[in-house]
Design a protein around this ligand. Sequence first.
Ligand code: ADP
Ligand code: MG
Length: 245
Amino acid sequence: MAEAIIRMVDVNKWYGQFHVLRNINLDVAPSERIVICGPSGSGKSTMIRCINRLEEHQQGSIIVDGIELTNDLKQIEAIRRDVGMVFQHFNLFPHLTVLENLTLGPVWVLKKSKAEAEATAMKYLERVRIPEQASKYPGQLSGGQQQRVAIARSLCMNPKIMLFDEPTSALDPEMVKEVLDVMVSLAEESGMTMLCVTHEMGFARKVADRVIFMDQGEIIEQNTPDAFFDAPQNERTKLFLSQIL
Ligand code: ADP
Ligand code: MG
């Protein structure tokens, strides 16, 4: 495989006494699209949050775009510039308009001019198909629209890697598709490296190069989506799939 853009080597993490990540080894190729699934509490969020240092690992190494994650704040900042993240709850600023939510990072962190940041913001609002919502406040939008704003906000920072943590699981069912559609077109058109925690198997089959199954802090099984869903090997994977499909 091409030089990994994310490399996790023997990563272990504990919350106090609780061993939450166990010997995680994962190489992600540039432009690779990975779906991560597994039971609640299996460590999926913790694993992807370690990639941009929202959580700290205690053993092993994590190298993102050639930079090793250590306590060096400069390196953490550099990595965070490369890595965008979209959460289950959209985490938009409620007192700022959609456009202001999108331009805040580019103006303050990337030092873009307001005009340039707004032009970029509008480009990405078009891409997530809600340019007409630019001057509204998050509270005036549906959950699906807010999540699309959150995706656009990440894209405005021009990341190389996007992490999604159950981006549709807080949405009403009728809004799931509009968010997944945006993510599918992003995957197909952008060539961005994507890691997505989700149980949306249709999405996984459509866009994932690889599906990873976690249980109790370990990567138990990984495969192409078709092989993973049609012929799971591990008993725990089979049990999990029988419960969600
Ligand atoms: P998942 O995303 O797969 O549901 P998480 O990574 O959120 O799993 O959590 C894995 C385990 O770690 C769970 O048992 C959870 O309760 C525990 N956990 C998560 N965050 C913390 C924390 N900040 N402190 C202590 N335990 C935590
Ligand atoms: Mg989680």
